[in-house]
Design a protein around this ligand. Structure first.
Ligand SMILES: Cc1cc2nc3c(=O)[nH]c(=O)nc-3n(C[C@H](O)[C@H](O)[C@H](O)COP(=O)(O)OP(=O)(O)OC[C@H]3O[C@@H](n4cnc5c(N)ncnc54)[C@H](O)[C@@H]3O)c2cc1C
Length: 417
């Protein structure tokens, strides 16, 4: 590593920006070039379905860093710049405009794209007023269409779908959510939390339908969406449709370059890919988890940041392997949900606190050990829970449900030193 070496980062999202700044902070002496396809200053994605959609945060407030910060750290930020291919043998990337950028080390932080809805009516592209939500441009288009009284149909009740439902209700729209699974958030949490969020949305006036599939999309003569036809044949008239059925990791560049890709770009704990000169971080990666004993792809800001910092550490000769416990948050209405660990495989779920008061934790245990926790409006408990999951704390389920006993003492008594 010397000052003639260039680090090129593809993708100026959470992972790419963090990687560039962390590398500089940890002593990368050469040039750092950050290439981002989107035209705007890199921004926080989570508010797109929350404060930004509701109109309580503007575009300027979303910036991850001000442009002066890039200059101050001597990071060359090239916006509106799409990378078309990677030439690993030649150690260079090829841009859409035909020019090339040489690299000594390369990092892929390409994130992902919203999964497309594939039903009749979507041929030849989406009709007007049918959106997915991944970028700031998507959020701006949705915000301009969702108005008081508009009939909004949301397809998919994962985090993004439910957050958009909450924001659309705040804006006064009439909201229907269609979820094909038997419960909301089925991919990420247990039945207790799903049932809680279903009741919260229904109380807020959302027409929430589970086990509801989509057979077709209808459009009017002007090419705008006009209705959603459900699997049971019911036709739901719509002014706006938002599709939130997950994301697809953006691995095309990596695949074409012959890197190992298995549902995501395969990286180790230092975010190194199958090529020692190429790193990857964020939503586009998969990594083996020592904690869970399996390969995982995580879609969260904390994971993007941890993997970016691990890459920077390895690049700068200061290894800091990433073994972080996954965590995530979601804001809907007045509810702050924070989740840590992965609940799948739990044998016991203990609720601590009061669902009716909208302030509780759901602890997921396997053979007496805490493997995951969902905390609703309980930030202090969440901090303790995170440590307990990381330590694989053993805890007595009965005692856990007794709120007269302090959580701190319960977890401290059972957490291995
Ligand atoms: C609406 C919404 C709400 C969310 N809410 C939360 C939340 O509450 N909490 C949470 O933890 N996570 C949340 N997430 C997930 C979180 O935003 C992602 O996990 C995070 O953005 C991942 O960062 P990343 O850098 O890997 O990818 P991204 O942020 O997607 O950035 C990737 C960037 O790479 C660019 N790119 C791709 N290919 C190329 C190319 N060939 N050339 C140049 N540039 C390229 C893309 O344009 C993009 O800007 C949310 C996501 C969305 C969409």
């Amino acid at each position: 590593m010397d000052n003639t070496e260039t680090l090129v980062v593809i993708g100026a999202g959470h992972a790419g920006v963090e990687l560039a700044f962390a590398a500089r902070q940890q002593g990368w002496p050469g040039a750092i070039v950050l290439l981002g396809e989107e035209p705007c200053l890199p921004y926080h994605r989570p508010p797109l379905s929350k404060a930004f959609l509701c109109g309580t945060a503007d575009a300027a407030s979303l910036a991850l860093r001000q442009d002066t910060a890039f200059e101050a750290s001597n990071i060359t930020l090239r916006l509106g710049t799409r990378v078309r291919a990677i030439d690993r043998a030649g150690h260079q990337v090829l841009l859409q405009d035909g020019s090339v950028v040489p690299y000594s080390k390369l990092a892929l932080c390409t994130g992902g794209r919203a999964r497309a809805l594939e039903v009749p009516g979507m041929e030849g592209g989406a009709p007007r007023h049918l959106f997915s939500l991944r970028t700031q441009a998507d959020a701006m288009a949705i915000a301009s269409a969702v108005r008081e009284g508009a009939r909004v149909i949301i397809i998919g009740a994962g985090y993004v779908g439910l957050e958009v439902a909450a924001s659309s209700r705040k804006l006064g729209a009439s909201v229907t959510v269609l979820e094909s699974q038997p419960r909301v958030l089925a991919r990420v949490t247990g039945p207790t939390l799903s049932a809680f969020y279903e009741s919260v949305h229904r109380e807020a006036g959302v027409d929430l339908r589970t086990g509801a599939t989509v057979r077709a999309i209808e459009r009017d003569a002007a090419g705008a969406v006009s209705a959603v036809v459900c699997g049971d044949g019911e036709r739901l008239p719509a002014d706006v449709v938002i599709v939130g059925i997950g994301m697809v990791a953006d691995t095309a560049l990596a695949e074409a370059a012959g890197l190992r890709v298995e549902g995501g770009i395969v990286v180790d704990e230092h975010s190194v890919t199958s090529d020692p000169d190429v790193f990857a971080a964020g939503d586009c990666t998969v990594q083996d988890s020592a904690l869970y004993g399996r390969r995982m792809r995580l879609e969260s800001v904390p994971n993007a940041l941890e993997q970016a910092r691990a890459a920077a550490g390895w690049l700068c000769g200061k290894p800091r392997p990433n073994h972080a416990v996954p965590w995530f948050w979601s804001d809907q209405y007045d509810l702050k949900l924070q989740m840590t660990g992965l609940a799948d495989g739990h044998d016991t779920c203990v609720v601590r606190g009061d669902l009716a008061q909208r302030s509780f934790c759901a602890f997921y245990l396997r053979e007496g050990r805490v493997i995951a926790v969902d905390a609703v409006n309980r930030p202090a408990d969440f901090m303790l829970a995170k440590k307990a999951v990381a330590a694989g704390a053993r805890v007595d389920a009965q005692a856990l449900s007794d709120t007269t006993l302090a959580l701190k003492d319960l977890l401290a008594a059972t957490t291995p030193a």
